[in-house]
Ligand binder design. Structure first.
Ligand code: FPP
Length: 240
């Protein structure tokens, strides 16, 4: 765990980036304007997190429920992803950041899938920070897909029912090999998990700020880390 300004920097920070729509509405602009600013903030947050010594940064970029938004908004988000995949590749190469995706990418257009694959492949050997993008991600869908694969392995005799441990379940999830988040930040004030990392957040400290995602910045990230440092970490009753 790194230190910054006398504070312990949590190894894994996860973020629910909420409030793009409200930010745009306050300015009398379309929701896509908020998403565009939100993307710029994602790019900057990757830099800030790497500079602060965070080891893993996970962001909720597009949920399985987000397909239900208007066609106009979904296609604006797809356009932005196409642009930002390229920008993120530059940032990741510059900052020695490895990018990985969780979620079910097969529903995206072929060129977008190719871009996401390229982002992972070209950053595979980077070591300073791992940036996890949850895209077409929903925790229940992740668990459903994991259970389907596990049931197949049981049927084929590769897994015995008695051998199903918490570690084994974790190894079937999209986040296999990644540590659980230490700190979850949710912007824009809502007190919900919104189907994000339900299994992985079991012991995570939660921090909710009223700041809208497009207004999030390094100072806000440091504020969240400061709040985290003020918490007593409890794992089943024992203060660690
Ligand atoms: C929540 O705001 C935001 C989203 C549904 C999309 C978040 C996506 C980004 C910020 C882009 C991520 C980009 C990359 C490149 C990883 P909202 O629309 O729910 O806002 P509202 O609650 O105010 O309506």
């Amino acid at each position: 765990m790194a230190e910054y300004d006398g504070m312990k920097v949590p190894s894994h920070v996860a973020i629910i980036m909420d409030g793009n729509g409200r930010w745009a509405k306050k300015r009398g602009r379309p929701r896509s304007f908020g998403h565009a600013q939100g993307c710029t903030v994602v790019e900057q947050t990757v830099r800030d997190a790497a500079d602060l010594g965070i080891d893993y940064l996970t962001v909720y970029a597009f949920s399985t429920e987000n397909w239900k938004r208007s066609e106009e908004e979904v296609s604006a988000l797809m356009r932005l992803f196409r642009i930002y995949i390229k920008k993120l590749l530059k940032v990741a190469l510059e900052k020695n950041v490895k990018v990985v995706m969780i979620g079910e990418r097969s529903r995206f257009a072929p060129d977008l899938i190719a871009g996401l694959n390229e982002l992972e492949e070209k950053t595979r050997d980077n070591t300073r920070m791992t940036f996890v993008i949850a895209i077409n991600y929903g925790s229940r869908d992740e668990i459903r897909r994991a259970m389907t694969r596990m049931a197949e392995d049981v049927k084929r005799g590769l897994v015995q029912p008695e051998a199903v441990s918490e570690e084994l379940i974790s190894s079937y999830l999209d986040t296999a090999g990644l540590p659980d988040p230490d700190l979850l930040i949710r912007t824009s004030g809502e007190l919900r998990l919104s189907n994000f990392l339900l299994w992985q957040l079991a012991y995570t400290e939660l921090y909710v700020t009223d700041v809208l995602w497009p207004d999030f910045n390094k100072d806000e990230l440091i504020r969240a880390i400061r709040a985290y440092n003020g918490r007593e970490r409890r794992f089943g009753g024992v203060v660690s």
